[in-house]
Design a protein around this ligand. Structure first.
Ligand code: NAI
Ligand code: PYR
Ligand code: MG
Length: 610
């Protein structure tokens, strides 16, 4: 086994940025306000003093307060006498982190560091992004969510529960910050592939927002993680005396939608410019909420739309890796296993791209290139008799979105292995949340028909992936182009070669999207932003990396990826007329975006009374 740590492609990312840099903005009138006045800030003004400064994670510098600051902020004597700068602090926290026995202990350690000193937390996270994203994000965040009620230490974010109905527009003022740029909200109904985790789902918005800050450069004080606690249908949580969420089954139907409506009204009235990311909502609520709000407020659904962007990027990059034209997706034969929020979202993105490339005349023609398999087999409308239980009838109950994928020339509910035999797909996508759904037979069949079969088991965490990297390379004699939702190590093929793994996760797309939307103050998140995100990311790997099966820069490079994506999203926002921030004439968008990214360095603290 070989870890995939040294896979930096910063040079490639930089050259992509240079291309984006060429573009200047001439539309704004002269002498308008700078795009984001906060980016020039060199000091932090606070009305706190004494222990309130030391115990505020957004202000605290731990041991690094200067003598002058200790005087100014009345903290002299409240911290150890020696001023110790960040490099020493980083040494200490990294040693302590490495001494933790297991990933969950590391998660707890990092959470408590975040609760003490966010600047130091983000410095550490950015320095070790590849290693630590596997702790604060998938896969460990999955385990932490399952155990959240047992490991609870301190609250972060906001909870809106069924008992808060009628009070939400006042409650939002309990949040201490007037400026909120990004809100990630979940109802905990489908946390990764782990099912309904109720209020424990809070760890997901927290983890996503940590990546928004570390990779996307959003300021830590401008992010808000939220759980909508509408109850849970998870019996073991309901029966657990330590569970911290509401102890009733989930609200549904009209009650559910009016609850969400009250919350949306409350947050948009206090923070009208905030970007809202819907996260881990179960199908069909995920789609219904997106349809209801995407044209009214600045929002998107991560699982549907940014997963679509990164998966499309992966497929486009794989076309180049296989020696095909990137501008012709329509020759691909794609089997998508899992027809829920993410599966349908990903396939819609592929269809959008096929249509945009102009190689198919209609969406209907594009739908013919995708075969969608759910837990009853190939999507279809008809009842069929279950061979194993002849008395039982199975039926796919499809909605309008899923029905687009029905094929007339194949039997409904055809099992995956047979679908693969008949279709001979070049690409297989797994978005089921169910481990092991990709069978050896299916992957071996693909390998018989394609020199480099594209195998993407995208479900999270790693224990829920549709197959492992080892399996994919074993079943394809090392020829697979492999990408998974959670990280897998490269696989030693035993002949001096390694099967390269890629992480295909929306963490490559949402930080840059959020950055672009925030910097341009876009009033809407548009479909083109996702398509362009995919195009940018699809072109970040070098030719030699692609040849090896590496589709994207490594996770360590997520900040550069976000910069490239954010710049392009900004351009799209101005081109489409949804940007509301004003630029100075002649400003380079990439410079503006880069300049607005949060950098975790200590700045002088100044006390100013109310
Ligand atoms: N890599 C990434 O960036 C992302 C990965 N995902 C993963 O995708 C998975 C699904 O997410 P959602 O679509 O939001 O969930 P969902 O619950 O909306 O959809 C899951 C679908 O899989 C189907 N399914 C269940 N068992 C199956 C089986 N044995 N064979 C075929 N289909 C089966 C279900 O019937 C359902 O339609 C999760 O594990 C999640 O972690 C989701 C978003 C992003
Ligand atoms: C990555 C992600 O958003 C998910 O698995 O739900
Ligand atoms: Mg998600």
């Amino acid at each position: 086994m070989l870890s995939s740590t040294c896979r930096t492609s910063s040079t490639r990312v930089s050259s992509c940025l240079r291309t984006l840099n060429i573009r200047r903005w001439y539309g704004a009138p002269p002498a308008v306000q700078s795009l984001d006045p906060r980016r020039d800030k060199t000091v932090q003004v606070t009305n706190s003093r004494g222990v309130n400064v030391i115990h505020d994670p957004l202000l605290s510098k731990g041991t690094a307060f200067s003598i002058n600051e200790r005087e100014r902020l009345s903290i002299r004597g409240l911290v150890p006498p020696r001023q110790q700068e960040m490099d020493k602090q980083l040494l200490r926290v990294k040693r302590n982190l490495d001494a933790c026995d297991n990933p969950l202990d590391k998660f707890i350690f990092l959470s408590s560091l975040q609760d003490r000193n966010e600047t130091l937390f983000y410095k550490l996270l950015i320095q070790h992004l590849e290693e630590l994203s596997g702790i604060i994000y998938t896969p460990t965040v999955g385990l932490a969510s399952q155990k959240s009620h047992s490991i609870y230490r301190r609250s972060r974010g906001m909870y809106f529960s069924s008992q808060d109905r009628g009070a939400m527009s006042a409650m939002v003022y309990n949040w201490p910050h007037d400026e909120v740029d990004v809100i990630v909200v979940t109802d905990g109904s489908r946390v990764l592939g782990l099912g309904d985790l109720g209020a424990n789902g809070m760890q997901i918005p927290i983890g996503k927002l940590s990546l928004y800050v570390a990779a996307g450069g959003i300021r830590p004080r401008a992010v808000l993680p939220v759980v909508l606690d509408v109850g849970t249908n998870n019996e073991s949580l309901l029966n657990d005396p330590l569970y911290l969420g509401m102890d009733h089954p989930r609200l549904d139907g009209e009650e559910y939608y009016s609850f969400v409506e009250e919350w949306v009204t409350a947050v948009t009235s206090r923070w009208p410019n905030a970007l809202i990311q819907f996260e881990d909502f179960k199908y069909p609520h995920a789609y219904n909420l997106l349809n209801k709000y995407q044209k009214k407020i600045t929002c998107f659904n991560d699982d549907i739309q940014s997963t679509s962007a990164i998966t499309l990027a992966g497929i486009l990059a794989s076309l180049k890796a296989r020696g095909f034209q990137q501008d012709d997706l329509s020759e691909e034969r794609i089997v998508c296993v899992g027809a829920g929020s993410a599966g349908v979202g990903v396939c819609e993105g592929i269809i959008d791209c096929m249509v945009a490339q102009g190689r198919v005349r209609t969406r209907e023609e594009a739908y013919k290139r995708i075969w969608m398999v759910d837990h009853h087999g190939l999507l279809g409308n008809n009842e069929i008799v279950d061979d194993a239980q002849p008395d039982a009838k199975r039926m796919n109950e499809l909605d309008e979105r899923q029905s687009c994928y029905i094929k007339q020339d194949l039997p409904d509910c055809l099992p995956l292995d047979q679908v693969v035999e008949r279709v001979k797909p070049s690409v297989i996508l797994g978005l089921t949340g169910i481990p092991g759904v990709f069978t050896e037979k299916a992957i071996r069949t693909m390998a018989q028909h394609h020199e480099r079969p594209v195998v993407f088991p995208l479900s999270n965490p790693d224990t829920h992936a549709e197959c492992s990297a080892e399996q994919a390379f074993k079943w394809t004699d090392g020829r697979a182009i492999f990408a998974s939702g959670s990280p897998f190590k490269d696989v030693d093929l035993g002949d001096g070669r390694y099967g390269r793994t890629n992480q295909c996760n929306n963490s490559y797309s949402f930080p840059g999207l959020g950055l672009g939307v925030t910097v341009s103050r876009a009033s809407r998140v548009t479909p083109n932003m996702f398509l362009e995100t995919a195009r940018v990311i699809a072109n970040l790997a070098s030719r030699s990396q692609l040849k090896e099966g590496i589709l994207f820069p490594g996770v360590q490079d997520l900040r550069n990826v976000a910069l490239a994506v954010g710049t392009r999203v900004c351009e799209v926002a101005y081109d489409e007329g949804v940007a509301t921030a004003k630029l100075k004439p002649g400003e380079l968008l990439a410079d503006v975006v880069r300049g607005s990214m949060f950098v975790p360095d200590y700045v002088p603290l100044v006390h100013q009374p109310y």
